[in-house]
Design a binder for this molecule. Structure first.
Ligand code: PHE
Length: 342
């Protein structure tokens, strides 16, 4: 009885072992039949009930079945292991004789390059380069720049407010406030940095862009100084003499305030699509520092005067390289960025 059961079990198991397609299935069969609580273990448990001579016969059969099955299992297992190994070798194959890929050299972002150029220029003109935080107080970003809470000019710049009452600076002008307090008069400073506005993003608007603030405070600083420095700046950037003009422009922190335009470098003033046929490109808001701003910065406006400007670095880069979509600048696309490697 028990003998037939055993040989049937052995035969059936052998057939199953031959049929498995994965190492997992194979292991499941091993546990089921040969495991500590498997079918063969059950049979040997029941052997106690047999007569001594039956026990001898069944014992031999049991051992033979075990051996056959173990041999079959091991053979299949080895086959699976070898297949897995050769698949891995195939995957991890390395051609050690192939030429090395070489280390790709990175490059400076065009904004970084232009910023460094302008910093060098202003340092050579006696200016200090200052850094300010991107998270600012409402006071430094607005009030100290002569923009009180109910002032309509607050709506000119859509602000990202933080839940603690601070904000992401909407311009680099708050560094004027920090600079006046840190350096005291007379002073010459520039402050490049990232600014933020809650704008709908499109080809010409970004929520994050770069400005470079400039400020000079001394005795008898006038519009003539402002024009001189701005012409020097723009000629250095565009590597040629540029023609500029001033138009009135309104910013609460300067009086008088100007929009400085340069004659279009593409058409030399004749009119083209870039300057919208006007011959001029608006580039640089600036003006003489408002007396209230000097006062709030701890400087006596009776004794000192100054000029300030806010250069749009992002706009400048776009002009210089004729980039027509502002989103390229922060897109991180290497096909764009590697064009500026030198
Ligand atoms: N802060 C102004 C802006 O971002 C620019 C500016 C700076 C104007 C300094 C005048 C003087 O719009």
């Amino acid at each position: 009885m028990i003998e037939t059961q055993l040989s049937e079990l052995a035969a059936a198991t052998e057939a199953r072992i031959a049929a498995v397609t994965t190492a997992e299935e194979l292991e499941a069969i091993r546990v089921e039949v040969l495991g500590r609580k498997g079918r063969l273990a059950e049979v040997s448990k029941d052997m106690g009930k047999l007569s001594p001579e039956q026990r001898g016969v069944v014992g031999k059969l049991l051992n033979a079945a075990k051996q056959t099955l173990e041999t079959a299992l091991t053979a299949r297992k080895t086959a699976f292991d070898e297949a897995a190994l050769s698949a891995r070798l195939e995957r991890e194959w390395l051609d050690l004789t192939a030429p090395a890929a070489g280390a790709g050299l990175g490059s400076l972002h065009p904004l970084t390059q232009i910023q460094a150029e302008i910093e060098d220029l202003f340092v050579s003109l006696g200016f200090t380069v200052l850094d300010g935080p991107e998270v600012e107080t409402e006071f430094n970003n607005f009030d100290a720049l002569n923009i009180p809470p109910d002032h309509p000019a607050r709506d000119m710049q859509d602000t990202f407010w933080l839940s603690n009452g601070h904000l992401l600076r909407t311009h680099t002008s708050p560094v004027q406030v920090r600079g006046m307090k840190k350096l005291g008069p007379p002073l010459r400073m520039i402050a490049p940095g990232r600014v933020f506005r809650n704008e709908e993003v499109d080809a010409s608007h970004e929520h994050t862009f770069y400005q470079l603030e400039g400020m000079m405070v001394d005795k008898d600083v006038s519009v003539a100084h402002l024009i001189y420095f701005m012409k020097t700046l723009l000629s250095a950037i565009f590597k040629r003499d540029v023609t500029v003009r001033l138009r009135p422009g309104y910013f609460p922190f300067v009086e008088p305030g100007f929009e400085l335009d340069i004659q279009c470098l593409i058409c030399q003033g004749a009119g083209c699509p870039v300057c919208k046929q006007s011959g001029w490109v608006e580039l640089l808001p600036c003006g003489l520092v408002h007396p209230n701003v000097l006062r709030l910065g701890g400087i006596d406006p009776e004794e000192y005067s100054g000029f300030a400007f806010g250069l749009g670095l992002t706009r400048l880069v776009m002009m210089r390289y004729a980039i027509d979509d502002i989103r390229q600048l922060q897109g991180g696309d290497l096909r764009f960025l590697t064009q500026f490697a030198f």
